[in-house]
Design a protein around this ligand. Structure first.
Ligand SMILES: Cc1cc2nc3c(=O)[nH]c(=O)nc-3n(C[C@H](O)[C@H](O)[C@H](O)COP(=O)(O)O)c2cc1C
Length: 155
């Protein structure tokens, strides 16, 4: 299976830590959007897209990158995010990116979400929230998620 993970992690590296764990399981490179060879993307069996959440959305560098992709015959994708606050049940953080990827032609099979250290104002004033996240339990959940992706892809 050929996999790659496209990740923006600009705040504390929270999402990159998740991406690295998934990347080890999937034997996938973790790259910034600007490092992706767009022409090669359709050749991957599985593409992961990860980002922290910024004012309820994935980072604009990641959404702009996906918007810029030509519609095509891509294969499977998954989306993961880290955020200071829990996902609003009525508006999952991954939803708009999942929809955008589906419009581009990806089959989005799974999503993963976990909490991450957050120093966004006004939380900065109290030293941030979710300090230490993602923690060992989060990383283990990310590893198990990626193992599941791999098992399904190979079955
Ligand atoms: C400017 C800014 C805006 C943020 N907006 C949100 C938000 O709307 N909801 C939320 O849950 N977390 C928000 N956060 C917290 C980040 O999503 C969280 O720290 C995330 O783990 C950052 O990931 P990264 O370190 O990989 O960039 C925000 C953080 C910053 C700096």
């Amino acid at each position: 299976m050929r996999a790659v993970i496209v990740c923006t992690s600009v705040s504390h590296g929270n999402t990159k830590r998740i991406a690295d764990v998934m990347g080890r399981v999937l034997e996938a490179r973790v790259v910034e959007p600007e490092q992706v060879d767009v022409a090669e993307l359709a050749a991957y069996d599985l593409v992961g897209f990860g980002s922290g959440i910024f004012t309820q959305n994935v980072h604009p560098r990641l959404s702009r990158f996906v918007q810029s992709l030509p519609e095509g015959r891509y294969r499977k994708a998954f989306v993961f995010t880290t955020s200071g606050l829990p996902e609003p049940p009525f508006r999952p953080h991954t939803r708009s990116l999942v929809r955008l990827l589906e419009r581009k032609g990806f089959d989005v099979s799974d999503t993963f979400q976990c909490r991450g250290y957050d120093t966004w104002l006004p939380f900065k004033l109290v030293g941030g929230i979710k300090k230490g996240r993602p923690d060992a339990t989060d990383l283990e959940a990310a590893r198990a998620f990626a193992e599941g992706l791999k098992a399904r892809a190979l079955s």
